[in-house]
Design a protein around this ligand. Structure first.
Ligand SMILES: Cc1cc2nc3c(=O)[nH]c(=O)nc-3n(C[C@H](O)[C@H](O)[C@H](O)COP(=O)(O)O)c2cc1C
Length: 391
């Protein structure tokens, strides 16, 4: 079973990640991973932190001569900002009373985390709950994507909306024009006019000292039919994808295909009729033999991939750290009413979240891909895959 663990604090030395049960024989393209890490750091509306960090992956184990060995893969992503925090993040030196934080910021893990773990310094919570951890997840997703690329499986992501400026239509991220627009957009948006309006909105919100969220989309194409299963609740592909995406900091909803709109339409409009693809050159392949004209189900029926594009859309809430003292809170030490403290922060991190969303989707897909075609080496998986799709 493919799994991963991450460790590390936002202003500590860096992030450590272990991926377990990844097959041998996969050629690791380090540039591809670093590009994804850079993409996570980009985007209109990000804070000053992103200018300090330029994330690069440093493998510690599980890769040799560019190929995975089958042993646990571990890697490190350095926090360049650590240089500015050496004193405050010291492992052994007692924490200076004046540096301790007692005022929880609403919308963060601060309040429940400090009560739950009995901590008198909220920094011990915020350091780990910070979205800095998403750098690890992007690298894990990129490694999964490298494996899946070997089977023609492709991923894409983008931003469907910022605040009230959003695209309501279905967006095919594999359309060449859309892909190009997203690549050239600082907000990773599919339409230039939408981006212009969204940028103006971010500028306005920034001037007000406020923050804004939005909608991210992530898709995967060329999947074989039958990843996931209808036989048990926790074997369902859509359920796993929902958990992966919902676990991203600030993500508040996960929709597959038509999503929430599914509750508003008739069955005759919603269901994706099935057609035979007789003229297809790959007619002998299980996943090319049939097709749909619509994809309202978002590529998943009965907890299994149906061969169409899997399409996921998520809402990201507005960033909880504000630049003006809007939010009421309480000093947990004195019991006095307070305003939430202001810290350097993003105004809008939706483009970054879309990159993390793509990585989360890649992990879930890879998990089920290895479950179905599992083997200890790339070659073994390839044999299993070909045996299945040609049968
Ligand atoms: C890519 C990304 C960047 C984020 N940047 C910030 C930030 O700069 N400031 C902030 O207060 N929250 C930021 N967040 C959101 C918080 O991490 C998140 O709201 C918080 O950890 C609480 O988790 P929850 O919203 O899932 O309950 C970011 C989230 C993501 C995904």
């Amino acid at each position: 079973m493919l799994r991963f663990l991450t460790a590390g604090e936002s202003h500590g030395k860096g992030l450590v990640t272990i991926i377990d049960n990844f097959p041998s024989g996969v050629k690791i393209d380090r540039d591809f991973i670093d590009e994804k890490l850079a993409l996570r750091q980009s985007g209109y509306g990000r804070g000053a932190r992103q200018k300090i960090e330029t994330d690069k992956i440093e493998f510690l184990s599980g890769v040799r001569g560019s190929y995975t060995t089958g042993s646990p893969i571990s890697f490190f992503i350095k926090n360049k900002d650590y240089e500015n925090w050496v004193e405050r993040m010291d492992i052994f030196k007692p924490v200076d009373e004046k540096n301790k934080i007692h005022i929880p910021r609403p919308g963060h893990a601060d309040f429940a985390g400090s009560l739950k773990y009995n901590l008198d310094d909220i920094r011990n919570v915020l350091e780990r709950s910070s979205a800095r951890e998403t750098a690890s997840r992007v690298a894990v997703g990129a490694i999964c994507q490298i494996l899946l690329k070997g089977f023609g499986i492709e991923f894409a992501s983008g931003v469907a909306g910022i605040g009230e400026v959003n695209a309501c239509n279905y967006i095919d991220l594999f359309n060449e024009d859309i892909l190009k627009n997203i690549k050239n957009s600082e907000l990773r948006m599919p339409y230039p006019d939408l981006e212009a309006r969204a940028k103006a909105l971010i500028d306005k919100i920034k001037a007000e000292g406020d923050t804004i969220g939005g909608l991210i989309i992530a898709q995967v194409n060329n999947l074989p039919v039958g990843l996931g299963s209808f036989t048990q609740w926790d074997e369902k592909l859509d359920a796993h994808i929902a958990m992966s995406l919902m676990s991203i900091q600030a993500i508040k909803s996960v929709e597959i295909g038509l999503g929430i709109e599914s509750g508003y339409v008739r069955g005759s409009r919603y269901q994706d009729s099935i057609y035979l693809n007789k003229n297809n050159d790959n007619y002998n392949e299980k996943n090319r033999r049939y097709f749909r004209k619509t994809d309202n189900a978002g590529g998943i029926e009965g907890g299994m991939s149906n061969g169409e594009i899997i399409s996921v859309r998520c809402a990201m809430k507005p960033i909880p750290t504000l630049m003006k003292p809007y939010l009421d809170t309480v000093d947990l030490k004195t019991g006095e009413a307070e305003k939430a403290f202001l810290e350097r922060s993003d105004v809008c991190a939706v483009p970054a979240a879309s990159v993390v969303g793509e990585a989360a989707l890649a992990f879930s897909v890879c998990y089920f891909f290895l479950k179905k075609f599992g083997g200890d080496s790339f070659e073994e998986i390839k044999r299993n895959y070909e045996g299945y799709i040609k049968s």
